[in-house]
Design a protein around this ligand. Structure first.
Ligand code: SF4
Length: 299
């Protein structure tokens, strides 16, 4: 399976403190329908069979429905909408986009309460809309996989988030460690937790999903911190992906992650996970150093 991820707009109706897109909303216009169609057709020629419409916030793009219809007409098997989830609070919108051909929905939930989530999105009322949105999508029979960005403000809440997601009957949830670029880089003084502080809560959250037979994943947490939970590391399951970003086409997302985005240190060569592990995003050891990452030695 190969995937194309198309950032169709950089504007957003949230202003998340951890947003990796940062001020791209002021820099890039986004794509018009012809531009999106061209990207879809080219990806199809490159044998992509999955498309993720993302941004910014794709659900506020005026041509999203027509873009989804076009993706369906080209025969994409998976058509995913990766979203902050707020527009899904409108059930007629959910029905329209499902009718157009979208068959996977990836809303973001960053807290089990209004206080935690809305503080991170800087958008009062956003938690209520995401929760209503997930209920709407599930009532329409949609496949829902959520993402939660792990920050200082919500890591202790991860088990409660997991309980809420199980209660909402999502199909899959992911905890993604904050990537310290964009707005997260601007807020790095307060938004970045130590990974070793986070791990007990990540594991308790995963356990809740596993017990409920949900598919669960983590992103940007190396194997040495995930011992016993290596099966749930997202990076080894991410299909080959190309990304249409603001400044052009990134043909190979894995290559970007492993060559430019993430790092390992010399000692990692002793680790039995060296070949599988991508290491942390490179900005993390610039803040906290390497003492949390200890090679797992072969028996
Ligand atoms: S020690 Fe290095 S290679 Fe091993 S799991 Fe940790 S970061 Fe990855």
């Amino acid at each position: 399976m190969s995937r194309v991820d198309i950032k169709i707009i950089f504007n957003c109706n949230n202003c998340c403190a951890f947003c990796v897109q940062g001020d791209k909303r002021f820099k890039y216009q986004g794509r018009d329908l012809d531009d999106i169609k061209e990207a879809l057709a080219s990806a199809k020629k490159d044998s992509c069979d999955e498309v993720v419409f993302t941004g910014g916030e794709p659900t506020i793009h005026p041509e999203l429905i027509r873009a989804v219809e076009y993706a369906k007409s080209l025969g994409f098997k998976v058509i995913q909408i990766q979203s902050n989830g707020r527009m899904f609070a409108y059930k007629d919108f959910c029905q329209k986009i499902i009718n157009a051909g979208a068959n996977e929905f990836s809303p973001a939930l960053h807290g089990s309460t209004t206080e935690i989530h809305d503080q991170l999105t800087c958008s009062p009322g956003s938690w209520q809309q995401v929760v209503s949105g997930i209920k709407n999508l599930k009532s329409l029979g949609a496949h829902v996989l959520t993402n939660t960005v792990i920050t200082t403000k919500n890591y202790q809440d991860l088990p409660s988030i997991a309980n809420l997601l199980v209660e909402l009957n999502v199909d899959q949830f992911q905890f993604a460690y904050v990537h310290i670029i964009g707005s997260a880089a601007k807020n790095k003084e307060w938004i970045v937790p130590r990974k070793t502080d986070v791990m007990p809560f990540v594991k308790r959250g995963l356990d809740i999903g596993i017990r409920a037979n949900k598919r669960v994943m983590t992103e940007a947490i190396p194997y040495c911190l995930m011992q016993g939970y290596g099966y749930y590391i997202a990076e080894k399951q991410i299909p080959e992906t190309q990304i249409y970003d603001g400044d052009g086409l990134l043909k190979n997302y894995k290559e970007y992650r492993t060559i430019r985005g993430k790092v390992k240190r010399e000692e990692c060569k002793k680790c039995k996970f060296f070949n599988d592990c991508e290491g942390p995003w490179k900005e993390y050891p610039e803040i906290y150093g390497w003492d949390e990452f200890n090679p797992v030695i072969k028996e």
